[in-house]
Ligand binder design. Sequence first.
Ligand code: APR
Length: 248
Amino acid sequence: MKYEHLPHLDKELLRMKVVVFSGAGISKESGIDTFRDEDGLWKQYDCDQIATPEGFDANPKLVLDFYNERRKNLLNVKPNHAHLMLAELEQWHDVTIITQNVDDLHERAGSSHVIHIHGELKKVTSSENRLDPNCIKDYPLDVPIKVGDKAADGSQLRPYVLWFGEYLSGMSAVCKLIQDADIFLVVGTSLTVTPASNLIYHAHPEVPKFFINPEEVSIPSGIEYIKAKATDGIDTFIDRVIELTSRE
Ligand code: APR
């Protein structure tokens, strides 16, 4: 990590609140498909059929087969350089990762404060009451969730993943974290899905904000666009953080 050789590090500027908002693009180079790229999941599958409560009610086996495939695939992928650098940044700053991703690559890279706003592939829940804490449980990724498997409340077991049209809980706490950020990074998201995509507007106007994406995405003014894939753009971001937290 570059910090070890950094001269004149301005100690009182360290431990800044760095908040990261990540999307599927940060996991692309780990081998996990995004949703809206040319080879994305929503180009291969009909999201109305497999990512809505109505689709699940109509054909639970189709939906479970889709998520069982993604759950099993999680065992074959690993964090990439972008995940790892964000984890290493915790040695110098207070880093919070707010992710739309349901994979566990941020955690496996070593990030210790990860908030999954769209759920987690590693967990299952009730199909009657998705947010019932007594029903949200870790479930082995190599064990398929089958029709007939029951949650703690006796309802059909389902993945603990947010589907379109379902209520996104915890947004006010997440907005507060972004409002309090000293540095804000958005990486690997098309900013297509609300309300998650509105989070980009919650950072304080005066703090440094960065957006890493190899493609053109329309973003608000005042955000530094790092036009690169995550594993390259993250090094540019880290260099900028070093500039911001050190004085010659
Ligand atoms: N590095 C960084 N970004 C990348 C890379 C890469 N190597 N490859 C692709 N991208 C970018 C794409 O340009 C795109 O802008 O990642 C973004 C992925 O966008 P989406 O596929 O729309 O994924 P995301 O923004 O996370 O979707 C949000 O939509 O379907 C729902 O719940 C699902 O959480 C998901 C939400």
